[in-house]
Design a protein around this ligand. Structure first.
Ligand code: AMP
Length: 232
């Protein structure tokens, strides 16, 4: 009885101390979206991909989508004020109350300031930043062989994780396509943009003692295991 009581107390403490407000940082092709999807299914944390939100807005021809389109298709960054507006609106929805995983945001130092400001206004803060890392050759291989579902947005890979049926999403049956920004030329540009604009965030979060690094040069289940270990 006493042991059971201790165990319950320990489980409760672990749940309370688990990290809820997460940022996944890393270059394009490192697997942020794929890993965030899996961690989200395991934990219930809400996966917020700014890139995916932009792709949907572009598909639906909304005012935001039309503003963002030229940046997204060329591999450049959407201006910080547009991203900030989108993220504030997303965080205001109450499904985020129990925690979230930012995938692809923040991507610049001014965006990191925006995160801090918006969360502190909500009485919250970033709990942990996970930096996913892989060598550049692997990133390019992954990006140029990536297939994305038109309907639900999840990723497959012709080389590393092909769908069961060619051209069809395993999860929702949607049609798979290659993102325009996954062409070799644009993928290379995106990696350069990452190095210049986003990589400085690694040091920024290291100094704040919020950073944990995980290699993404390993099997997906191993990456998920390591991420689960650092967030729990
Ligand atoms: P992703 O799906 O994260 O690779 O993002 C695809 C594209 O959306 C990027 O290349 C940018 O054009 C745009 N994007 C996504 N997130 C951001 C962000 N936080 N800041 C600026 N642009 C972004």
């Amino acid at each position: 009885m006493h042991d059971l009581g201790n165990k319950k107390q320990k489980d409760k403490e672990e749940t309370m101390s688990a990290k809820h407000n997460l940022i996944f940082l890393g270059p394009p092709g490192v697997g942020k979206g794929t890993i965030a999807d899996l961690i989200s299914s395991d934990t219930g944390l809400i996966h917020i991909s700014t890139g995916e939100i932009f792709r949907n807005e572009i598909k639906n021809r909304t005012a935001l989508g039309i503003k963002a389109e030229k940046y997204v298709t060329s591999g450049g960054l959407v201006p910080d004020n547009i991203v900030a507006e989108l993220v504030c609106a997303r965080l205001a929805k109450n499904d985020c109350d129990n925690g979230f995983i930012f995938d692809g945001f923040p991507r610049t130092l001014p965006q990191a300031d925006i995160v801090e400001k918006v969360l502190s206004e909500m009485g919250r803060a970033v709990d942990l930043v996970i930096s996913l890392e892989a060598n550049e050759e692997l990133l390019i291989q992954r990006l140029t062989a990536r297939l994305t579902c038109k309907k639900c947005g999840i990723n497959f890979n012709k080389l590393f994780a092909p769908p069961k049926n060619e051209g069809v999403c395993d999860k929702c049956g949607g049609e798979l396509y290659q993102r325009v920004d996954d062409s070799l030329e644009t993928a290379l540009d995106r990696i350069e943009v990452y190095k210049k604009e986003t990589a400085p965030l690694i040091d920024y979060y290291k100094k704040k003692e919020l950073l944990a690094s995980v290699s993404s040069e390993q099997k997906i289940n191993k990456i998920v295991q390591e991420v689960m270990k650092v967030i729990s």
